[in-house]
Write a protein that binds this ligand. Structure first.
Ligand code: NAD
Length: 359
């Protein structure tokens, strides 16, 4: 049964002008496809899609208006936004791989920190914008490693370059809201979404868990797990993006009420250790084996979890897919792809099922 927020998002986004950054990435490609399915007029801005990425495979440039550009290039970003005249802005573009950011912190800070300044500056110069939602991460919290679930008022303090650049994005967004976007002359809804690790089909980044499991199966080798007993809040792609859509909508409809920070994570059902995911995959692929090991430069946090009570109470949003259904969808995605079904059709199938759209 479609929940209320799905119905509201479905009705709201039809015909809306939406500006998305990061659409050539993992989450952004799904979001672009969702907006296309919901009938929005999406203009999307990001770097070129990597070869073999989901965006490339589904020919995403035929689904949304795709502008290839760097968020560090203010003039180009500003021009793209001026041309689009969006009502809603969803900012996902970022250097998002923790280890890459550790290797190249200057690029990470330029993209994540100055990229966000440029995005918000472009919003400031674009009066059509009624709401802006900036995606950060659960890693913005000062991680005490004590197993507690973090609430939105907990102290921030991401330590490694990725987490610290994302923490900066929180402060920058708040500054733009207070200084420029919510004034006596203008009232833009401005919020941030602190999301957990998402899982879904279409992830081809080899350092992440599902692609590394699938690659190991294909190569007949055991997958290397760095920390099998570390818990992570695993969340389905669909639920995370539906949370972003809800925030973009609600911040548009009631900017004063919804302009704050929101944890977009799974319920407690989704907080599992890495080994749980691997063992579930073994149910689908009997030849899934693992060893403990693998190199990683960044000291990873032991326990990380989000308390999503505030979002559950105020956003009329909730995670709809159980962990089992999420993994079922992932396996379905890759099996259908291997059977030769075009990636765009697989993506559309799963989105239409989620939103109960007649195909
Ligand atoms: N994947 C997750 O589990 C997860 C969890 C929490 C938060 N997030 C956040 O969600 C967002 C999307 O993550 P993802 O997993 O899709 O990442 P991704 O690496 O797959 O995609 C990143 C996107 O950002 C774009 N980008 C990067 N640097 C850019 C630049 N300088 N100029 C223009 N575009 C640039 C890329 O082109 C790509 O479209 C990020 O902000 C990330 O921090 C992701």
């Amino acid at each position: 049964m479609a929940k209320d927020c799905n119905l509201k998002n479905k009705a709201f986004y039809k015909g809306k002008r939406v500006f998305v950054t990061g659409h050539t990435g993992y989450k952004g490609a799904w979001l672009a496809a969702m907006l296309s399915e919901l009938g929005a007029q999406a203009t999307c801005y990001a770097l070129e899609a990597p070869a073999g990425s989901m965006f490339e495979k589904m020919h995403g440039e035929e689904m949304v208006h795709s502008v290839i550009g760097d968020v560090r290039d203010y003039d180009k970003l500003h021009a793209a936004m001026q041309e689009a005249q969006p009502e809603i802005v969803l900012h996902l573009a970022a250097q998002a791989i923790v280890n890459d950011c550790f290797q190249n912190p200057r690029y990470a800070y330029e993209s994540n920190v100055m990229g966000t300044v440029n995005l918000l500056e472009a919003v400031r110069a674009c009066p059509s914008v009624k709401s802006v939602m900036v995606v950060t991460t659960d890693k913005v919290y000062e991680n005490k490693g004590d197993g507690a679930l973090y609430v939105e008022t907990d102290p921030l303090g991401g330590v490694d370059p990725y987490s610290s650049s994302k923490t900066c994005m929180e402060y920058i967004t708040d500054t733009y809201k207070r200084s420029y976007l919510q004034t006596p002359e203008r009232m833009v809804g401005v919020c941030t979404a602190r999301a957990s690790n998402v899982l879904g089909g279409g992830d081809y980044v080899q350092s992440r868990l599902i692609p590394s499991i699938l690659r190991s199966i294909a190569e007949g080798k055991p997958v290397e797990l760095r920390h099998p007993h570390q818990t992570r809040p695993w969340q389905s792609m669909m639920d995370a993006l539906n949370g972003y859509l809800s925030l973009g909508r609600l911040a548009y409809e009631e900017p004063e009420k919804y302009s704050s920070q929101w944890n977009i994570g799974p319920t407690k059902d989704g907080i599992k250790d890495v080994l749980w995911v691997v063992e579930k995959m073994q149910a689908y692929y009997a030849d899934t084996h693992y060893v403990v090991g693998g190199a990683f430069d960044v000291k990873e946090s032991g326990t990380l979890g989000l308390d999503i009570t505030k979002s559950l109470q105020h956003l009329d949003w909730e995670p709809l897919l159980t962990c089992d259904k999420m993994l079922y969808n992932i396996v379905e995605y890759y099996k259908l792809e291997r059977s030769g079904m075009p990636v765009r059709e697989i993506v559309q199938k799963q989105i239409r099922e989620f939103f109960e759209i007649d195909g």
